[in-house]
Design a protein around this ligand. Structure first.
Ligand SMILES: *[C@@H]1O[C@H](CO)[C@@H](O)[C@H](O)[C@H]1NC(C)=O
Ligand SMILES: *[C@@H]1O[C@H](CO)[C@@H](O)[C@H](O)[C@H]1NC(C)=O
Ligand SMILES: *[C@@H]1O[C@H](CO)[C@@H](O)[C@H](O)[C@H]1NC(C)=O
Ligand SMILES: *[C@@H]1O[C@H](CO)[C@@H](O)[C@H](O)[C@H]1NC(C)=O
Ligand SMILES: *[C@@H]1O[C@H](CO)[C@@H](O)[C@H](O)[C@H]1NC(C)=O
Length: 220
């Protein structure tokens, strides 16, 4: 599996191939890489293979930059560690379209995404429908408001409300609310927990092409 992908990397990541050759020749005979099948508590199953590896597998099984190293919780959930100590659980990995789907075990993306800065990771947000910039306000809960509250950030005496950049300015709560922070490009679905899945894509290393080819060959 890894060999097939490595061939497709030529010209894209020449140094990586050099690195692999170097590591493989050092670690001769102790290549413990094999595809892992993970069965998640939500009934999903998916495989872990190059460019990802589990931290219990040898380094050379994965692409050698942070982000592609996954870990396991005591309940056998797979954890994707992102910058700023943001930890999300893996729902699925699509090696053909190079997309990893992650979810928040406590169902609060508005809080997780506040701390998430992907610029030092190999991942990018995959564009989703109904994606806007949102400003978050902390409001006392004795006021009535036009917009829904974010339940995971609200408490008995206060409600956190989110206003998108396309909201009517006249509905903005100026007096009774305190502005907290803004989030760029969060989908309405994740904001209100209608969809507890976040889709991240990676562009490098490019293995999607050979994944597709491999499948075509199998199907013939
Ligand atoms: C994974 O899921 C597929 C389809 O949902 C199923 O056919 C397959 O048996 C499952 N594999 C394991 C190891 O549970
Ligand atoms: C985790 O996976 C291991 C190995 O497959 C299994 O023995 C163990 O029972 C699992 N633990 C839980 C909590 O599912
Ligand atoms: C993310 O981090 C990079 C460098 O670490 C920084 O330049 C950028 O401003 C940060 N972005 C946000 C939205 O904080
Ligand atoms: C909102 O404000 C209340 C009262 O000032 C405070 O107790 C609460 O922690 C704030 N909530 C958030 C999410 O900042
Ligand atoms: C809501 O409560 C705040 C602080 O407890 C108070 O200042 C404000 O007047 C109240 N608003 C209404 C509409 O009762």
């Amino acid at each position: 599996m890894m060999g097939v992908c490595s061939l497709e990397l030529r010209g894209i990541s020449y140094f990586f191939i050099l690195f692999l050759v170097f590591v493989v020749s050092l670690g001769e005979g102790q290549n413990g890489c094999h595809e892992l099948i993970r069965c998640g508590g939500r009934g999903q199953n998916y495989t872990i293979r190059f460019p990802f590896r589990l931290d219990t597998q040898p380094d050379l099984c994965g692409y050698p930059i942070p982000g592609f190293t996954l870990s396991s919780t005591h309940t056998n959930d797979t954890v994707l560690q992102l910058p700023n100590f943001v930890k999300l659980f893996v729902e699925n990995i699509d090696y053909k379209s190079q997309v990893i789907e992650v979810y928040d075990p406590v169902h609060c993306f508005p809080r997780q995404l506040r701390d998430l800065n992907l610029s030092s990771s190999p991942f990018l947000f995959k564009h989703q429908p109904y994606q806007y910039d949102y400003a978050f306000f902390n409001c006392s809960s004795n006021e009535t408001h036009y917009y829904h509250a974010i339940s995971c950030l609200s408490g008995p005496s206060h409600e956190v409300r989110a206003f998108s950049s396309v909201s009517n300015i006249n509905n903005l709560p100026i007096a009774s609310c305190k502005k907290m922070y803004t989030l760029p490009s969060i989908s309405y679905y994740q904001l209100f927990d209608y969809d507890n899945i976040l889709r991240l894509k990676w562009d490098s290393p490019k293995c999607g092409h050979c994944e597709r080819k491999g499948k075509d060959v199998d199907e013939e």
